[in-house]
Design a protein around this ligand. Structure first.
Ligand code: PEP
Length: 253
């Protein structure tokens, strides 16, 4: 299994100058060469180029928040996998719950995007997670299994090491209600089990990370939880001091 991941999802925040400042602060304060983590910055599309210029030739990598499944053509408003590669992007978030819930993204669309991303050499971070209603109705295991199976339906075993699954319970994102050790463990076991069903032994190469109100105060228990191979951080990644503290604490776990 590769290094654990710390992924910073800046969502629809920050102008170019803010992104530049934040990226430089992260680079100045962190010595990525000695880190045991792979750190990925995921800015809005308009800020990707400026972030890339700063982190090029460092150990930090660049991710995008979405991608379309076609490579070029009459798809107004969309960005293709090749375009992302062209600006130095190597990762892409897919199926984030904000896209599923606010923009109506479906399992089928996520599946097509996963295939297109892999074909272009991008590494997909596939987000899955249940809503509070689904959890309260006991549906969480089925939701996770369905989302994982659907997203990875067209993936073959040669590609599995390029896939990351982010378990992000919808009720934990941006709410301050991060999941407990037990809740994370149960969900990650469920996902791991599904991945083994799909890819056999090769599933060991797929990292499963947790996201949902992770901050410097809870990072250590999140990363100490069994079967957790990193984290996806939203709000706490927008503040340089908080994010650096989080990385430092992660290293000291
Ligand atoms: C996210 O954006 O995926 C996320 C987990 O956000 P937050 O850390 O703010 O809950």
């Amino acid at each position: 299994m590769s290094k654990s991941l710390i992924i910073a999802n800046w969502k629809m925040n920050l102008l170019r100058s803010d992104s530049e400042l934040l990226t430089k602060s992260i680079l100045n304060m962190v010595n990525p060469g000695v880190l045991q983590f792979e750190i990925v910055l995921v800015p809005p599309f308009t800020n990707m180029e400026i972030v890339h210029r700063i982190i090029d030739h460092t150990d930090l990598s660049l991710g995008a928040q979405n991608v379309f499944w076609e490579d070029s053509g009459a798809y107004t408003g969309e960005i293709s996998p090749t375009m992302l590669r062209d600006i130095g992007c190597s990762w892409v978030l897919l199926g984030h719950s904000e896209r599923r819930q606010i923009l109506g993204e479906t399992d089928f669309e996520v599946r097509r995007k996963v295939s297109a991303a892999l074909a272009a050499g991008l590494k997909p971070i596939v987000c899955v997670g249940e809503t509070l209603l689904q959890r309260n109705k006991g549906m969480a295991p089925n939701v996770l299994r369905r989302q994982v199976e659907s997203a990875l339906q067209d993936v073959n075993n040669e590609n599995v090491q390029n896939i990351v699954i982010a378990y992000e319970p919808v009720w934990a994102i941006g709410t301050g209600n991060n999941a407990s050790v037990q809740e994370i463990e149960v969900a990650h076991d469920e996902i791991r089990d599904k991945l083994i069903g799909l890819f056999g032994k090769d599933a060991d190469n797929i990292r499963i990370i947790y996201g949902g109100s992770v901050n410097p105060d809870n990072i250590q228990y999140v990363l100490s939880t069994k079967n957790v191979n990193g984290t996806l951080v939203g709000g706490a990644s927008l503040d340089a001091d908080a994010f650096i503290q989080l990385i430092e604490k992660a290293g000291a776990k």
